[in-house]
Design a binder for this molecule. Sequence first.
Ligand SMILES: [Zn+2]
Length: 611
Amino acid sequence: MKNLFALLFFASLAANAPAADIVPLPDKIACAAPDRQLAQVPDRVHLDGWVGGRIAVSEANRLVKVDTDRLLEGFRHRPGRQSYDGEHVGKWLHAATLAWANTGDPALRAKLDSVAAALVACQMPDGYLGTYVVKDRWTEWDVWAHKYDLIGLLTYARYTGNTAPLVACRRIGDLLCRTFGDQPGQRDIITAGEHVGMAPTSVLEPMVLLYRMTGEKRYLDFCHYIVRAWEQPNGPKIVSRLLAGKGVNEVGNGKAYEMLSCLNGALELYRTTGEDKLLQAAENAWQDVRLRRLYPTGTASYFEFFHPAHDFPPVNNVGETCVTVTWLQLNAQLLRLTGEARFADQIEKTVLNQLLGAQKCDGTEWGYYVQMEGKKPYSQTLDGNCCLSSGPRGIALIPTFALTTDGDGAVVNLYDAGQADLSLPGGGDVQIALDTRFPSHGDVMLKISTRRRKPFAIKLRLPEWSDDTKVRLNNGAPVDGKKSRDGYLAVTRRWRDGDVLRVAFSMKPRILVGDHQTANELAFCYGPLVLAADATLSNKTTPAFTIPAADPARFVLTPEPAPARLANWPGAQVFRLAYDGKTLPFEVIPFADAGQTGSEYKVWLPVAGRN
Ligand SMILES: [Zn+2]
């Protein structure tokens, strides 16, 4: 752990390096449905609490250290060693660009510049930038890889200001527009890849971005073609089935990662054109997942597919990390578009449990399926592992939505320690410093500085798990805790430098009662954290992790400092579990920290003798 702290220290030095504000390349096309809550450029928000530490190690121990020759290998020597080899470089460019924007790390920037240039150099004369040989083009995961080329290169260009790769992006876009369509001589994009065409048509997302950046209408026409293709007789019927109230398991073949990727593209198109049915379809999918298909840790799917309602096996290739990350992106998209706190509630659940639970504490490795029990399958080999490239994307996105702004002022979505320097849409700026050991402790102090003299709101997300949140301004009486229509508590005033908001969440332990596959089992939670029993915290060599009875009222959960070997941040905690005053032979730990030493862990704890 000493190394981890050293790296955290190094990363925080990098975060403080002087750098001019990043000004992203502007779009040429204005959005018909502009964001209500503005995603932040990652250089405006620096977290240094528990989540911030995980962001730092993802950059320092994973993204900077990636073997870039391995990322480019399939492009340099076609075909790639696996059918989807081409996706990794674009995913890395996306994550590493956001991470560099957050830290300003010159080593990562140098790596970004060289990888973007090397990728572009692999483009064929006709614009092709995949890893397939000519005879196999446009099968399996070929359009899919071009999607990630575009996402990576467009993100790189947007934040670094280096527009050179945009030429390559246009050539990819032009090749796709020529190749696919419903005109004579063009190919059907639905048949150009896996999962009822949901893999290839998820290229929608960056094609919308390419349209907005270039202003070329043919790219928008291509996006409309994709939405039409979804509804073809052989298509996945994404929009029509969701609008008809079908579950996500009845859309296409129910493959979760690809479907969520398509929905993220649909929302990007909605942002651009304002076509209401796209937002409605995505919101229906969100409701369906949240109510019927979401594990308590904030992931969905097993064996990579959505399944019938309330079907939650604890193990069965549960919770692919790519699904976790695209679910997080769907929530981040909906949060930007609607400004509603309910999406930030889901972001908190997913980030603090499943996303951090899939990342090894030191940032070096990621799990593919990160299940409700077993061992965390950490790995750092790209072969056969789409998730290893997806996890860091989820982590790198956190500073874009943790603290943001909307038309009323500033918005606090996540309560990690750190600071934000936000430009207010109505003019002026505000700096917010969060002092807290959240989520180990429920007290959060927000110090405000601003030069703006007119009143504006600071909106606080009041999470559902805290049934008695107290907010005080300076040393005054509690602020009236009523939520406004967007779900936030808005404190509106003429703010002065040194104003302090004190938020106290009630961190009462909560107990989830299982049903269906987890009948006669309980799961324990503390604030937003789902907890898990961990074999390293048991005084038996082969722990059973059983609890004496299923009556939640007779359990007491007591937080205590984590033992040194598990203390990966200053606030690290484990929890002693007692039943009728008798301490159980094992302790529980946040799911995100469970299994870090290669040990067995378990979220749902069975009642002894019942299963
Ligand atoms: Zn994956």
